[in-house]
Design a protein. Structure first.
Length: 254
């Protein structure tokens, strides 16, 4: 059963959205404050979150930031923003918190509903892809590289792409949906330069981030490299694209 959390101060609008989005496979819940939203996010896991950042007791962006940090069970769920016409968000700065799309008020409920179902469809397609995909033997040249059906171990890294577990020297690292898709593409094509445009198009499809461009890609690569402490592994080929290198000389610095 899919669960959607709608965080909207306008009670009538929130109720209307709940009725429109609920069906036999989906339950929709709503609340109108940051405090109430935090309590619901702590107690339940939601497959999608719709949020108006202008809330009576605080800024909804704080909730989005906390989701990006991975402190709630729903961290990693797609987030759709509801914003005023005069407050178009800079999505390139929100990708890392899981924001995938937005809609400006006032809006037609059917348009928001279409955005929600698009995310669900992409989520199902990505789950099916993960279930049937197998990594090829791309570990040649690495001191330690084990490629399995769902788990990749390279040097001090352990990546479980099926369960979403990522570890560096035993330390767990939380990655958002975009970063997970980016990492998988880099590791699956180890030693191969992935061209920017092709990678942007692929990440749009796989991560459900609709407003992806080369600037956002560069930011995502930078964030991923920092989180994994992978400057010796993730390389930029300027003007062309990015790659995960075949082997790393531990004596060299990034």
């Amino acid at each position: 059963m899919n669960k959607i959390l709608i965080i909207e101060a306008d009670f009538m609008l929130a109720e209307r959205l709940c009725r429109a989005l609920a069906d036999s496979e989906t339950h929709a819940f709503s609340c109108g404050t940051v405090e109430a939203a935090a309590a619901l996010l702590e107690s339940e896991q939601y497959q999608q979150i719709i949020i108006d950042t202008e809330l009576p007791d605080g800024d909804g962006n704080e909730l989005i930031y906390d989701l990006g940090l991975g402190i709630y069970p729903s961290s990693g769920a797609p987030v759709i923003l509801m914003v005023s016409n005069d407050r178009k968000p800079d999505l390139s700065k929100l990708y890392e918190q899981g924001v995938v799309d937005y809609i400006t008020k006032p809006f037609n409920v059917s348009v928001l509903k279409a955005k929600v179902w698009t995310q669900f469809k992409r989520g199902k397609r990505n789950s099916s892809f993960r279930a049937i995909s197998r990594f090829e033997a791309i570990g040649a040249g690495s001191r330690k590289s084990i490629i399995g059906e769902h788990v990749v171990a390279i040097d001090d890294y352990l990546f479980d792409f099926d369960d979403g577990e990522y570890r560096v020297a035993g330390r767990r690292v939380r990655l958002n949906r975009l970063e997970q898709c980016l990492l998988r593409n880099l590791v699956e094509n180890k030693g191969i330069v992935l061209k920017k445009k092709a990678l942007v198009d692929k990440l749009k499809s796989e991560s459900s981030v609709l407003c992806m461009d080369e600037t956002a890609l560069a930011e995502a690569v930078h964030m991923l490299s920092n989180k994994l402490d992978a400057c010796n592994y993730i390389k930029t080929v300027y003007g062309i694209g990015y790659l995960w290198v075949m082997a790393v000389d531990k004596n060299k610095s990034g």
